[in-house]
Design a protein around this ligand. Structure first.
Ligand code: ZN
Ligand code: ZN
Ligand code: FE
Length: 736
């Protein structure tokens, strides 16, 4: 056969992931010569050799790419016969506006872990070990291209040994930008509660503090964690007291998957998620549902394996630790040492610090694995961001700004959606600054200057105001339509669908609060099929915390108030500050309060989670309350009055009634979708909105609808909550 010459272009996440050394090895293995270089779009090569070897090379680009690479597309063009080049060389990068991708941060790879634990290795116990296959990326990057001088490693110059590895194409550290060792890299130390550095082994001091029941602040990749012994009720109670976090479940870190198995039931898909280099917190079912109630009162625990070499060394041989984000509630993650020492004074008993700066805040990712093995994000952040969500349509130059709670934004470039990390609730100046900073950062890193902006219909959201401040074309999108489009884009659906969109709050196109919606539509339009009978929120936002007010309004509406409250009655009668809401989340709040007598909650979604946990204790119960529709207006609505009367008249224990309430909503979901199918002939259903964090409901509805012949699509790549909303806004703008 004649030797040929071909041009190959590779696009995707192929820079800063060890792709060029991989190409070098691969070319040698197949006896190919020519060159490779990084370009603004990816990697370009010209190769010559035997046709069969060239084919094998291209196959291997997909099959054997380095662990952090994501090969999107490989294009091969025949250039003609070989010119007789003798060697394979790496040429300098070509410039231009960056159009490449940036890898997320990843946990130490197996090779680095082996070195970390090998007393003979020069990086033995060095807490900042990394290589081309692992380590910090997104959180240390200040600018592109991804070169050391553009990262927070710029202030550390390579020692001769590290420099040799960096320049050696045969080394695992060839062009590893954060490469370093104990002689030239960042330093770890322990500081006491007042921030004074303690001499000696910092890790030993930190471990001793933890074992003594103390609370430790640990500087991680995208922020600080607070840690303490998870098995010590006293330590956990103290952490909760100091953090003002009385009820919310806390995440745990365990040294390895065996330690995780001692606490939770773990499927093979869940074990894979725990051990993946992305190191998310995985929500797992407790082996003993009553274990560690002071960590999480529900049937699940959030578990994570060490996500950095610092955590790896800290956890070695340790019992499970609480590992929770250290940011003061409602404020963005702390990233600066001085700032952390100040903000955590009186909270942490000691600090495990280092001198590598954090360029971007990034919280831990939180997800579940569904029974079918698919991931289901509660919060998509560290380890996943800024990997793009690929689209089937172009969204170039569009910036989607999200909503208000669990804010996020999404920047479009070609057929890619760059979804931001978790930002927090856009309700204060600090979070708004974080949001604006990250938007500017994404625009720089991905080389996009947005021309079109898309926001929520709600005029008072800070994200809506931000959109207006940019001075470009702004599209305002209805909240639940955006949820629906988010799930469609997430699952790559085109054309019309049914959307079951259940959440807490979103402004409807009629000026009222929606949230228990069944919609039919596509990326360009929608209409409502059903909703739920609305409830008055006594005192507006005050009712969201004081859920007994929702319970009262539900009972008053259903004519079954047991203990009159003259003030509430006056407010309802005169309609003073009690907006009507058809939010499904509010119905959960009210029902939970009715079943348990709980008057108030301390965090968003608490009542819904607690009601699910209660129902979980009666998992086998299949009873159901009547599902009837009101006919007060043109829209069929679930008659919650009939439901509440039946619930209150039911003498069964609270857990059974909680399960029957879930069953009733499953039945309601089916009736809504059947109605939509009768009207439109559609049978694809997307499920979105924060209520679908509820697994009993998600799994129940999925099974029920599937049985009835529907194709059901839960979220898979972004969160069903408001964090995922900006992807839907982007999709709608891209089709407008
Ligand atoms: Zn490594
Ligand atoms: Zn070094
Ligand atoms: Fe929502």
């Amino acid at each position: 056969m004649t030797r040929r010459r071909v041009a190959v272009t590779v696009t995707g996440m192929v820079q800063g992931v060890g792709f060029r050394p991989f190409l070098h090895r691969l070319a040698a293995a197949h006896g190919l010569t020519g060159w490779a270089r990084n370009t603004p779009d990816g990697v370009a090569l010209e190769l010559e050799g035997e046709p069969a070897e060239l084919d094998a090379f291209v196959q291997a680009l997909h099959k054997d790419a380095p662990p952090l690479a994501l090969v999107d597309e490989v294009r091969t063009d025949l250039l003609g016969t070989a010119r007789g080049e003798k060697e394979f060389v790496i040429l300098p990068s070509t410039g231009g506006v960056p159009r490449t991708l940036i890898t997320p941060d990843t946990a130490p790879c197996p090779a680095c872990l082996a070195e970390l634990h090998d007393p003979a290795d020069r990086r033995y116990h060095y807490p900042f070990i990394n290589c081309t296959d692992c380590g910090p990326r997104f959180t240390i990057l200040n600018a592109v291209p991804y070169d050391r001088k553009n990262t927070t490693m710029a202030s550390f110059s390579l020692c001769p040994d590290c420099a040799a590895e960096y320049g050696d194409i045969a080394s695992r550290r060839y062009h590893a930008q954060p490469d370093c060792c104990a002689d030239c890299g960042p330093r770890l130390w322990f500081a006491d509660k007042d921030g004074a550095e303690c001499p000696g082994d910092g890790l030993a001091a930190a471990r001793a503090l933890l074992l003594d029941g103390g609370i430790l602040a640990v500087k991680g990749l995208g922020g600080f964690h607070l840690a303490c012994l998870a098995g010590s009720q006293a330590a956990v109670a103290e952490l909760r007291r100091r953090k003002h976090r009385p009820d919310k479940p806390l995440a745990l870190m365990v040294p390895d998957v065996n330690a995780a198995r001692a606490l939770c039931r773990i499927s093979s898909a869940e074990a894979a998620a725990l051990q993946s280099p992305r190191r998310p917190i995985v929500l797992l079912r407790k082996l003993d549902p009553d274990a560690l109630p002071f960590v999480s009162s529900g049937p699940e625990l959030g578990l994570m394996l060490p996500c950095t070499p610092v955590h790896e060394l800290l956890l070695e041989g340790m019992p499970p630790l609480i590992m929770t984000s250290a940011n003061p509630s409602s404020l963005p993650a702390l990233i600066d040492n001085t700032e952390a020492l100040r903000a955590l004074h009186g909270i942490a008993d000691g600090f495990l610090l280092n001198d590598r700066d954090i360029a971007a805040r990034c919280d831990d990712t939180l997800l579940r694995i569904l029974p079918n093995g698919a991931p289901y994000f509660v919060r998509r952040s560290r380890g996943y961001v800024p990997q793009p969500v690929t689209l089937d349509f172009p969204a170039d130059g569009i910036l989607a700004l999200g909503a208000e709670q669990k804010a996020s934004f999404t920047l479009g470039r070609e057929k890619m959606a760059f979804c931001s990390q978790h930002i927090g609730d856009l309700k204060n100046a600090e979070t708004l600054t974080h949001y604006e900073t990250q938007i500017a950062r994404f625009e720089t890193l991905f080389g996009v200057t947005p021309q079109r902006f898309v926001c929520d219909l709600h005029p008072d959201y800070l994200s809506t105001r931000y959109a207006a401040s940019r001075g470009g074309a702004v599209l305002a999108v209805q909240h639940h339509h955006a949820h629906m489009a988010a799930c469609m884009a997430d699952r790559r659906l085109e054309g019309a669908c049914i959307g079951l969109i259940w959440d807490g709050t979103g402004l409807g196109d009629d000026g009222t609060i929606w949230g228990g919606e069944c919609l039919v539509g596509d990326y360009t339009s929608y209409h409502r099929i059903t909703s739920i009978h609305s409830v008055k929120l006594l005192g507006g936002d005050a009712a969201i915390q004081n859920i007994d007010r929702i319970a009262y309004a539900l009972c008053r509406d259903a004519d079954c108030v047991r203990k009159e409250n003259p003030l509430f009655d006056a407010m309802l009668r005169q309609n003073i500050s009690c907006p009507a809401s058809s939010g499904m989340g509010r119905l959960f709040d009210g029902v939970y309060s009715l079943l348990t007598g709980t008057a108030a909650v301390s965090y968003d979604g608490q009542a819904a989670a607690a009601l699910e946990a209660l129902a979980d204790r009666a998992a086998g119960e299949e009873g159901c309350y009547p599902v009837t529709f009101t006919d007060d207006d043109s829209l069929p609505r679930l008659d919650t009055r009939v439901l509440i009367r039946a619930l209150l008249a039911d003498p069964a224990p609270a857990a059974v009634r909680a399960k029957r309430f879930h069953n009733t909503l499953t039945e309601f979901a089916l009736r809504c979708c059947v109605l939509a199918r009768e009207q439109t002939g559609l049978c694809r259903v997307v499920l979105s909105g924060g209520v679908f964090f509820n697994q009993l409901l998600l799994n129940g509805i999925t099974a029920r609808l599937t049985e009835a012949g529907f194709a059901v699509y839960p979220h898979r790549r972004v969160s069903p909550g408001d964090e995922g909303l900006s992807l839907g806004q982007l999709a709608i703008a891209a089709h407008s």
